[in-house]
Design a protein around this ligand. Structure first.
Ligand code: NAD
Length: 594
């Protein structure tokens, strides 16, 4: 092969015009680049064109394009069953179903038809690109060009280079990716590339929480949306991906890791066998209005809303602690109309909470989100004190002192005899066992975890943690209380990390391990997770905000409790903590701050 590889891609071929192929054809044509696609038969060609037209119609209806633009885009796309049309393409992208033999066959055929200087690409999510490249006589002109679903929307392209892909091929396709409005990230040929390698173990673990009955699917989804700011909950996303695709990708990832955490959970295979494939069959973990619809049909298993009557006569909340979390909770409860007694170790410390809340409310008044009168009323409901006895009238007490079991236990022991017998006692611990706090009181059944998220005034989620001794009535009261203060409550058991941290931190640890294996840089991994999965922040940005020391402590705690070998903290994380690169607060973590 002597011909130079194509430098500038001006005509594109697509093989397979299904979910991905149709999206790819649309975005390429949108940029004035002609596209030819091939399908298995005439009916599939028609369906392909109809799929593209329907997507464009939706954009016309939304007025993001007009009818002329639609006609122009469609005019640049030609579909057929004769592969000869691919002969003069500069780049051919393959998007047939995820089956190795099928894709290998496609590559063998393409190699014969497409001119030698052209580039061949696969959109595979999980197969080794090298296994496809070897089927062509030009493996150096084969690469992975991995789009994310929906292709027209998601900005990431993982450009997968095998050990033999030419640099000129990477350069030409990288330029092309940018020309069609995408952000390319170059990676080597490993299973799952960046985004799926980090996303799927997290999804799989979320599935295990539901499978084990640790939390409901609705609660797991709400927890990750409202506690971690993710655009979609993991179980709903699993349904969108589909059990078939999920199993394919998860199996591929497991082939690289000798750890059960990466093995697809048994329930996924059961759902697939039952033809509960996901959204596309209208039934996965959730039921949908019709195949392909995102509209969830509530099933009998969904928990009814809490009964507000259970806390209708509650007037007073006691908050113990004067830190960020305590101040946030005081603000939330006072705004919701409760009398709040906040107890600090000294009168000055307790007073300082009032000042903090006052500053926070003032900002709201300045922004026009609160009336001055409402601010004054809210502040008047807050009583700072240094005397534990002043918490006596509380209907619920929320403890938010230092994350130290001995301190919390001493406090619970002193507190319990002061309170009314029917009062609910809660801890906002994020990592300690609620039962250990409960057992120093005379009524462990009245103790529950109320894990608020920082900043409490803004974050919607509260994890309601039930210990093995918590009375079901107390759980219902806690749910009603959380709703009354305007938060979203989810129920979970009393184990390390509850829902959010148990799902988030192993993913962060996996990201550090990926970085330390030199597979990609922190910037590339952050970009991949933001643009490929729609995350508000990349994992390294997030760890820098949370603090690397806190991240390490949570991962260590998870490892201690679950004994998962892959929960072992990444050595790089330890080293950064040891040298004091703790994140934003230290001016340096994974990134350096000016
Ligand atoms: P799909 O089933 O929606 O579409 C595949 C299309 O290929 C069908 O229209 C089918 O008729 C056609 N086809 C099958 N055999 C063919 C052949 N021999 N010649 C020409 N056309 C043929 O699948 P999809 O979801 O679009 O996935 C396609 C590829 O993209 C897979 O490799 C998948 O892993 C990858 N991918 C999918 C997603 C996703 O979320 N769906 C995301 C990224 C990558």
């Amino acid at each position: 092969m002597t011909e130079q590889v194509i430098q500038h891609i001006e005509k594109v071929g697509v093989v397979g015009c299904g979910t991905m192929g149709s999206g790819i054809a649309e975005i390429v044509a949108r940029k004035d680049i002609p596209v030819v696609f091939v399908e298995v038969d005439d009916a599939a060609v028609e369906q392909g064109v109809a799929r593209i037209a329907a997507a464009l119609d939706r954009q016309v209806a939304r007025e993001t394009i007009d009818a002329d633009e639609k006609a122009r885009i469609l005019g640049l796309i030609t579909g057929g069953t004769d592969w000869a049309v691919l002969a003069d393409c500069d780049l051919v992208l393959e998007a047939v179903p995820e089956e190795l033999e099928l894709k290998q066959e496609v590559f063998g055929k393409l190699d014969e038809i497409v001119r030698p200087q052209a580039i061949l690409a696969t959109n595979t999510s999980s197969l080794p690109v090298m296994d496809l490249a070897v089927k062509a006589s030009r493996p150096n002109r084969v690469l992975g060009f991995h789009f994310f679903n929906p292709a027209p929307v998601m900005a990431l392209i993982e450009l997968v280079r095998t050990v033999v892909t030419d640099e000129s091929v990477m350069a030409a396709t990288s330029e092309f990716a940018e020309r069609i409005g995408k952000t390319p990230v170059v990676v080597d040929d490993r299973r799952g590339f960046i985004a799926n390698q980090l996303l799927f173990p997290y999804l799989n673990q979320a599935v295990s929480m539901v499978e084990d009955g640790y939390a409901t699917k609705e609660d797991v989804d709400a927890a990750m949306r409202f506690g971690a700011g993710l655009p979609m909950g993991p179980i709903a996303l699993t349904d969108l991906i589909g059990m078939d695709t999920f199993l394919g990708i998860m199996n591929a990832i497991h082939a690289q890791h000798d750890d059960v955490r990466f093995a697809p959970r048994p329930i996924l295979g059961q759902l697939l066998a039952a033809e509960y494939v996901g959204r596309k069959t209208a039934q996965g973990f959730y039921s949908y209005a019709e195949p392909g619809s995102s509209k969830v049909v509530t099933d009998g298993a969904a928990r009814p809303p809490a009964d507000p009557k259970l806390v209708a006569d509650w007037t007073t909340v006691g908050v113990i602690g004067t830190g960020t979390m305590a101040s946030g909770i005081v603000e939330v409860c006072a705004k919701a109309g409760f009398e709040v007694v906040v107890r600090g170790r000294s009168p000055e410390k307790a007073e300082a909470v009032l000042t903090k809340v006052s500053r926070s409310l003032k900002r709201m008044v300045d922004k026009g989100r609160m009336k001055q009168e409402a601010m004054d009323d809210t502040l008047a409901r807050i009583t700072p004190t240094a005397a534990l006895e002043d918490l006596a009238p509380s209907d619920v007490v929320i403890e938010a002192v230092a994350e130290d079991l001995d301190i919390k236990r001493d406090l619970f022991e002193a507190l319990a005899p002061i309170l009314k017998p029917e009062a609910v006692i809660s801890t906002t611990t994020s990592s300690l066992p609620v039962i250990e706090c409960a057992m120093v009181t005379a009524s462990p059944e009245r103790v529950v975890g109320l894990h608020f998220f920082n900043p409490a005034a803004i974050m919607k989620l509260v994890e309601i943690v039930t210990s093995v001794r918590t009375d079901p009535v107390v759980v219902e009261q806690a749910r009603a209380f959380v709703e009354r203060v305007g938060k979203v409550g989810v129920l979970c058991g009393d184990r390390s990390g509850f829902i959010v941290n148990a799902l988030l931190f192993p993913y962060l640890n996996d990201a550090v391990k990926m970085l330390e294996s030199h597979y990609a840089t922190a910037e590339e991994i952050d970009t991949a997770m933001k643009l490929g999965c729609g995350y508000p922040m990349g994992p390294f940005q997030l760890m820098d905000v949370v603090g690397l020391d806190i991240t390490l402590a949570i991962i260590e705690r998870l490892k201690e409790e679950f004994r998962q070998p892959s929960f072992e903290p990444a050595p790089l994380l330890r080293h950064l903590v040891e040298v004091g690169f703790l994140g934003r607060k230290a001016g340096r973590g994974f990134y350096v701050y000016g």
